[in-house]
Design a protein around this ligand. Structure first.
Ligand code: 6MZ
Length: 354
């Protein structure tokens, strides 16, 4: 009987410790670095838009894999047809990030013409929403990364980067901070986009590249040789390639839920610990990484959940959970020193007061 009592007491203590840690993770000020605007759409909103446009309802598949995730994007794009749709999507994404206590978010999106706005108008609309958001009383600082879709033409890539550069160099810019190369990893190839990425970099924009979502040793070598400022996912890298990223000090954007689902692996804490080799290597070697949502709508996740998954997988205590966010302050693309200092202070003060 005494053993049973002490076991019960022990499990109660463990449970309350975990609940405290989860609450800590929730109220911690967080940073979001890898978030696709369209993929972050709330499913209710998506279906409302589809209904509005007389299109068929979206039925989320039982399990999302890389393949069916990329077949969902055209449907989501078909639902966002107007400037008003885009505004609602942007505000809801900001609200969701803010609710998860994110105080800085780099949201990425691929500009495209809608029914009532052109490509440039698309970016202007997102920025207009960011401005309006900042005028409110939320703590969240939104920033924009302009995406290039590798499955589309080089001409489209040039247009996107030109818009990004033009916006970035405008004297009033404070929102555009970088360029991203993403899209279906099985189409297009990295090498052909090097000239446009060079252009972005030469003009002062930071560059992040989706890399290693599918096996492609040669392409990963090419990306590392070019040397982006951050690496998206970096899942299928070899030990040598990981080591190269460490030597080059390139932070890795880890998106736990998305990574497990796109690799077609079970989504739970044990599976994350056992199968996410890149996260494991980052933890072991103390290499810089961020924890992000990727496509919170399609993957039904949020920023607290993603960080909590990592915390549970590695049994991190409060200090180490806070350490992940603290490290992310140094990975942001924000160029303004004052804003970065404000971020660092805010994250630290919050940790101290918790
Ligand atoms: C690569 C992804 C992605 O730009 O219309 N995207 N690219 N890997 C991923 N992992 C699952 N998730 C999203 O947002 C949707 C676009 O983001 C990219 C794809 O190009 C997708 O069409 P935006 O806001």
């Amino acid at each position: 009987l005494p053993t049973l009592k002490s076991t019960l007491l022990h499990s109660r203590i463990v449970k309350s410790l975990l609940m405290r840690r989860k609450a800590f993770t929730r109220s911690l000020y967080k940073i979001e670095l890898h978030c696709h605007l369209t993929g972050s759409i709330r499913i209710e909103t998506l279906n409302e838009f589809l209904r509005e446009h007389g299109l068929q309802k979206y039925e989320p598949p039982k399990s999302l894999t890389l393949k069916n995730c990329f077949s969902a994007f055209p449907l989501v794009h078909s639902a966002i047809k107007t400037k008003e749709n885009l505004r609602r999507l942007t505000f809801e994404t900001l609200a969701d990030l803010s609710y998860a206590n994110c105080i800085y978010a780099e949201i990425r999106t691929t500009p495209r013409a809608l029914n009532d706005i052109n490509k440039a108008g698309y970016l202007e609309t997102v920025i207009e929403c960011f401005k309006e958001w900042e005028e409110g009383d939320s703590r969240l600082i939104p920033r924009l990364i302009v995406s290039v879709d590798r499955s589309k033409s080089l001409r489209e890539a040039e247009e996107n980067v030109d818009l990004a550069v033009e916006g970035f160099l405008s004297p009033t810019n404070k929102y555009i901070v970088g360029v991203d190369l993403g899209g279906n990893p099985s189409s297009g190839n990295f090498k052909s986009f090097i000239p446009v990425l060079n252009k972005a970099r030469e003009n002062g924009l930071k560059v992040t590249v989706h890399c290693g979502e599918v096996e492609n040793e040669e392409e990963i070598d090419g990306v590392l040789e070019w040397g982006p400022d951050r690496l998206g996912h970096f899942l299928t890298c070899s030990d040598e390639q990981f080591q190269k990223a460490v030597e080059m000090e390139i932070p890795i954007e880890v998106c736990p839920t998305s990574n497990m689902l796109t690799l077609d692996l079970p989504l739970n804490v044990k599976s994350l610990k056992d199968n996410h080799g890149t996260l494991q290597k980052c933890m072991e070697s103390n290499h810089s990484f961020s924890v992000s949502t990727d496509d919170s709508g399609l993957f039904s996740t949020h920023a607290v959940r993603e960080l909590w998954l990592v915390a549970q997988a590695y049994e991190l205590d409060e200090w180490r959970i806070a350490g992940i966010v603290w490290d992310m302050v140094d990975q942001v693309f924000e160029g303004n020193r004052k804003t970065r200092a404000y971020l660092a202070r805010d994250v630290r003060v919050r940790i101290k007061n918790m």
